[in-house]
Design a protein around this ligand. Structure first.
Ligand code: GLN
Length: 618
């Protein structure tokens, strides 16, 4: 139950599910399975509905915690384990992937080879179970239980009564097992495989468990609640494909037509459905229709699919939203403070740097949009920054398309940079591990887009203004706070200042400390940063010689709100706030000049920020 539910406020989704439950609770069609005697004891009124999301939330309505046996719902999961044990080819060699259109217990084998049509009918499922690795039967069973346990997020066990009941009456399945042995699909005694199959069908789960199992498949094989991997990602696709074409036996066609989600049902009354990337749905209600699917289960899934537009082929259009914003460096500059002539130049030439703020999932259709935009503009650009901060995933195709783009641009004067790439991601690996075709290092990767932008601006400025003398100190008279000061005032100010120097990496100001001084930077560069709630450091700006820092102390007198660190050897003057205050009495015009210069500087910064916000949010 969520905090909102506890507070008495019900989510509209919960309300919907409760209504759906109320709608079908009075539907008494169908029969509880009885061919396995023990199953006939199920209460026909049991009825649970659960929906689990890929971010790990579970909605539960009705008998969501009632245990029952998985029966055929175990089949796709055991198929996944067989794929992990042997790989796709070896499994395909023994078990086909064609829907048979027959009932679950039909003996649908290819006539000459005896190969079962698919792993969802009993013949294919028994053959699949026969492939599970393990030294002895107990080990094989344990591997199955462990696997289901990871899907559910807790240990699971076999219902001994149901297992015994099926084992002693499962003559048809036993016949199928021996047929498989006859065709050498099972190469050993079929009895242990059958025994393991009866056990897997008798694993106890709840409706909630099934929803979590379903959403684990929707989530690429990773249980979104425990974060544990239940099946390797490459096998999720084959599992879901088989579920879509064969999961509902002889109603598989109608199911994918109407409901449009890979699904699996079992004779104990469970049904689960998977909406890849989004949801897992499970329904539990024992009465079955003629095709051995839960009557209420089917109705609930049909309604939900319709009401929430969950059909797989009702796909959202993703391509259009991939470029969150795109701008050039004359519209938005980096957080580095610049002297006036540099700023002027960026106004004029900044259009040669373009930043793309990308978002969402990068896949063929979204990266195609980005590539097309870049191809149209690259001749007019010197630098392109692709910022991936808001990108949620990069598939292998997108990754290689971006590598191809790098390769294409290598021969051009236009340079491609990336920012905010998760360093451990496969994409980072493929980009970082890559060398230019001329043997040069691969692309430049920056941890945030602003650093990348600053680097590009520096390159552009160097191209037009020559390499800045960097280390050179500027005279106090050229400092922003000293504009227009008379010789006399400058000399007076000088007597109040304390010269300081710092080595690269040295902390000059610390968040929370008392605001005793304002600093006038005359040589080198400092970086202004804050620590975020998650402990990461965010850079607010870089300041070159000529700028002031700690200047808010003059007005606010509040503790320092950021850290300032020397990036290069730094020389600066510290003006004690107390000395500044005394100017009120002894040199009010100097005090006024300093405040006016400060205000001009602050309002310039504010203007730029306002423009930036306008472009970034506009
Ligand atoms: N254990 C059952 C059987 O083999 C499973 C069938 C099912 O759930 N459809 O008959």
């Amino acid at each position: 139950m969520s905090a909102a539910d506890r507070a008495g406020l019900k989510s509209p989704i919960r309300t919907y599910l409760e209504k759906l439950h109320a709608t079908y609770v009075d539907l008494h069609d169908g029969q509880v399975a009885s061919y396995i005697p023990e199953l006939s004891h199920a209460n026909p009124n049991w009825f649970g509905i659960c929906v689990a999301t890929t971010d790990g939330y579970v909605y539960e309505v009705g008998d969501s915690r009632q245990t029952f046996t998985m029966q055929s719902i175990s089949k796709p999961f055991v198929y996944g384990l067989a794929l992990e044990d042997h790989g796709k080819d070896a499994v395909f060699h023994k078990i086909g992937v064609e829907p048979s259109g027959d009932a679950f217990n039909s003996i649908s084998l290819y006539p000459d080879s005896g190969r079962p049509f698919n792993p969802m009918i009993n013949a294919g499922a028994i053959a699949t179970t026969g492939m599970i690795n393990g030294e002895h039967p107990a080990e094989k069973l344990q591997r199955l239980l462990d696997m289901v346990g990871v899907y559910c997020g807790h240990p699971v066990e076999v219902d001994q009564r149901v297992y015994e009941s099926e084992r002693s009456t499962g003559h048809r399945n036993r016949a199928i097992g021996h047929m498989l042995r006859n065709f050498e699909i099972l190469t050993d005694d079929p009895e242990p495989a059958l025994d393991l199959y009866f056990q897997q069908c008798s694993i106890l789960v709840t409706c909630r468990d099934l929803a979590i199992m379903a959403v684990t498949l929707a989530n690429g094989g990773l249980n979104p609640i425990s974060g544990q991997r239940a099946v390797h990602q490459p096998y999720v696709e084959p599992i879901l494909s088989i579920m879509s074409t064969c999961g509902m036996y002889n109603s598989a066609g109608e199911w994918i037509y109407d409901v449009g989600m890979p699904a699996k049902s079992g004779v104990s009354g469970g049904v689960l459905a998977v909406l890849p990337g989004q949801l897992g749905i499970a329904v539990f209600s024992p009465p079955l229709d003629q095709r051995s699917n839960s009557v209420r289960g089917i109705r609930v899934c049909e309604d939900m699919s319709q009401d929430f537009n969950l059909h797989l082929f009702h796909a959202p259009v993703v391509a259009k939203s991939v470029i969150r914003t795109s701008y050039n460096a004359s519209q938005v500059t980096s957080q580095r403070s610049r002297r006036d002539h540099e700023e002027q130049l960026l106004q004029e030439q900044g259009h040669r740097i373009r930043v793309y703020d990308l978002q969402g999932d990068l896949l063929f259709s979204t990266v195609e949009v980005v590539l097309r935009d870049i191809m149209e503009r690259h001749e007019r650009l010197d630098f392109i920054i692709l910022d991936l901060k808001h990108v949620t995933s990069i598939d292998t195709t997108a990754s290689s398309m971006l590598c191809d783009l790098l390769h294409t641009l290598e021969a051009q004067p236009c340079m491609l940079l990336f920012s905010n790439i998760e360093p451990s991601s496969p994409f980072a690996m493929s980009i970082l591990g890559r060398e230019g075709s001329d043997g040069s290092q691969g692309p430049v990767i920056y941890e945030d887009h602003d650093l990348a932008l600053e680097w590009c601006e520096n390159q552009l400025l160097a191209r037009y203004l020559g390499t800045p003398s960097g280390d050179a100190a500027i005279p106090l008279a050229e400092h922003v706070l000293c504009q227009g000061l008379s010789e006399r005032d400058l000399n007076h100010l000088q007597t109040l200042l304390e010269p300081l120097s710092f080595a690269p990496g040295e902390r000059i100001l610390e968040t929370g400390h008392a605001p005793d001084y304002i600093y006038l930077l005359t040589r080198g560069e400092v970086s202004v940063t804050i620590e975020l709630a998650d402990g990461k450091r965010k850079r607010l700006s870089t300041l070159p010689a000529g700028m002031a820092f700690g200047e808010m102390a003059l007005i606010e007198r509040a503790p320092r709100s950021a850290d300032v660190t020397a990036l290069t050897p730094v020389a600066c003057y510290a003006l004690p706030i107390a000395a500044f205050d005394r100017l009120q009495e002894i040199n009010p015009s100097l005090r006024m000049m300093l405040l006016t210069n400060l205000l001009r500087h602050v309002s310039g910064t504010l203007r730029r920020l306002t423009e930036k916000v306008g472009i970034l949010t506009g």
